[in-house]
Every structure is written in structure tokens, then in C-alpha cells.
Design a protein around this ligand. Structure first.
Ligand SMILES: [Ca+2]
Length: 268
């Protein structure tokens, strides 16, 4: 049903891009350093590609979007930056999924789900990149030159060998370096910088661990597309994560008790 929906929009819908929506999180729902991501995630979306190069799409037609179930409500506080979620500090890498789970738990949070991450990235306007419908090489840290890696050194038993090779390859930037790499929800660097572990949402993937957003040398990465190839013990030089936390909804005061009506005794 996605293609007929798109074709119907092509002939009927105006082509202007929807106005960007800036969502302001309520201060009393999410802790400091996190942004409220709230809305409906659609598992399947389809768009019309207008710029196709070497097997990847670099621009989509604004205003053309088909969304189909499964529709999942999302309501979560998401770290504004990649771990350690500190502006001006470079994100950590060489993280296993299980290590990322422990680090999030250590600060009272959890890893984000695949669907939470996608909604945070696309925003309520469901744009393919956090910043719009067309790839922008300068918006996010995603267009650095690829540096060939030495897999033996990355998997070496000796920690120092792994670290030297990791830092030779590392091209991550300090969190907050690219203000335009922000979604409408205010979450930064979802696309590019470091690739991020998420908890798998789609039952067809093999592992409970998935990766989102590409990294500093993967310019075609956008909000959709999951790297489902790696299990929870995998680690690599470009892999980090960010944390999520369920909102602490304000407690609603109970309704004042109604004055009780005296029971009446039925007449004989
Ligand atoms: Ca990222």
C-alpha cells in the first residue's frame, strides 16, 4: 500500500516542505541533559528519492511520505548528546552493547530503542535527516575520509594495541560542535559522529542489539536504516551509544472526595 499512497500524493499534494517544528520539552518531565521525544513512530515509511548516487539516496522529495503501521507511541527522555552526554567532550567508542547497557544503568537510564531513536531523528515532520530532506555534508560529522583499519589490532588481546589503533582511526568530534546536526526534538549528532547502539525493536533482526546513524565516514546514513549485523558482545572503533530514560510524569493530585450521600432505608 505504500507505493499507491505515494503516487496519490504525487498528483494531489502540494510539494512544499512542511514547516519545521521545534518541540520544547516540558522542564519538569525530563532530567537535565535530556530531551523529550514524544509522538508516534511508524515502522514503515516510503519516500521518493530525487538524487541517487552509487546506490544511495542523497535527497528526497519534500511533502511525499507514506507511513504505514505498525504505529508505536513513543514518550521518552533521550540524552541530548552521545555518551558521556557532555557538550564539548568527544563521545566514547569501542563499546560493546552490554557495556553500554551497564553505563546507562549506572546513571539511572537505559539504552534507547530502535523506534525511539528513529522518531527522535526524524522529528514530528518525519524528515529523512534530522535537518531536512537533502543531505548536507556540513550539517553533521558524516563526511570524513574513510581510514582503512587493521582488524587484527582492533581485536588484539592487549588493550594498548587496541587503543592505539582506535585513536589512529578516531574522527569523532566534541558533542555540540555542529549545532545544525540537531533534530526538531533537540537531540544532537544522531546522524554521524559515532554509530549508536540501540535496543532492537523489529522482530526480524537477529540480535537484541542494533546500530543506528552511521558514523563520521558514512555520508549516506540517515534516520532510517538499521545495522543489524552485530550481537551484544561486538565492539568497534566507531561504535558508541546514548541513553534514554522514561519520563517522570508529574503526579496528579487526587480528586477531592465527594460528600457521601446518606443511605436511605427503603420504605416497607
Ligand atoms: Ca551518532
Amino acid at each position: 500500500m505504500l507505493l499507491p499512497t505515494l503516487l496519490a500524493q504525487l498528483f494531489a499534494a502540494p510539494q512544499a516542505a512542511p514547516a519545521a517544528v521545534q518541540v520544547t520539552p516540558p522542564a519538569d518531565v525530563c532530567p537535565s541533559g535530556t530531551r523529550l521525544v514524544s509522538g508516534t513512530h511508524y515502522e514503515h515509511v516510503q519516500r521518493l528519492c530525487t538524487t541517487w548516487r552509487l546506490g544511495h539516496c542523497y535527497s528526497f522529495l519534500p511533502g511525499m511520505l507514506a507511513q504505514e503501521p505498525v504505529a508505536t507511541p513513543v514518550h521518552v527522555c533521550m540524552d541530548e548528546h552521545e555518551w558521556p552526554n557532555r557538550e564539548g567532550k568527544r563521545p566514547e567508542v569501542m563499546m560493546r552493547f552490554v557495556e553500554a547497557e551497564k553505563k546507562c544503568a549506572s546513571v539511572g537510564k537505559r539504552l534507547c530503542t530502535e523506534f525511539e531513536w528513529e522518531l527522535a531523528c526524524e522529528g514530528p515532520e518525519t524528515t529523512p535527516w534530522p535537518y531536512g530532506h537533502t543531505f548536507d555534508a556540513n550539517a553533521c560529522n558524516a563526511s570524513k575520509d574513510f581510514i582503512p583499519y587493521d582488524e587484527g589490532k582492533l581485536n588484539a588481546d592487549e588493550r594498548r594495541v587496541r587503543e592505539i589503533e582506535t585513536w589512529r582511526l578516531y574522527q569523532g568530534e566534541a558533542s555540540g560542535s555542529r549545532p545544525r546536526c540537531a533534530s526538531s526534538f533537540g537531540v544532537k549528532d544522531l546522524v554521524g559522529n559515532v554509530e549508536e547502539w540501540v535496543r532492537t525493536s523489529r522482530k526480524e533482526w537477529r540480535y537484541r542489539s542494533s546500530l543506528k546513524g552511521g558514523f563520521w565516514a558514512k555520508p549516506w546514513a540517515h534516520c532510517r536504516g538499521t545495522n543489524d549485523s552485530h550481537g551484544p558482545m561486538f565492539r568497534y572503533y566507531e561504535i558508541g551509544f546514548r541513553c534514554c530514560k522514561d519520563p517522570e510524569e508529574p503526579v496528579t493530585a487526587p480528586e477531592p472526595a465527594q460528600a457521601s450521600t446518606p443511605e436511605t432505608t427503603p420504605s416497607p
